[in-house]
Write a new protein. Sequence first.
Length: 117
Amino acid sequence: IVLKNILPTMGTILKVRAKKLTQGQDLIGNMEVENNKIVVEYDNILSTSLKESGQLLQTTAVDSSTWVNENLLSTISTSTSRPVLSMNNLYVKSLGDITAKKLYFVRSMPRLFLTFS
């Protein structure tokens, strides 16, 4: 009975188990290979993105510096023209008038400010 029934069944069970183990190991090996591929692809994408970002920052800095220099020069050249100077003079004069009115108001009503403070 042992030779005819139990040993062949045990052999079959061991063969099936060994086959499942080798398939499991193959799957683990395939997973490791796939994981390595993903890591390599991620590194490639990341390095490409960083290079492009650096180039974009560099071109943006150069373009903005050029833009500022051009606009600064145009602003300086137009600020010496008559309309801008007259507007500046009016602005400074109005600031002086406002300051003088505030100073007059403060000096003419000292008791009012002492009661609130």
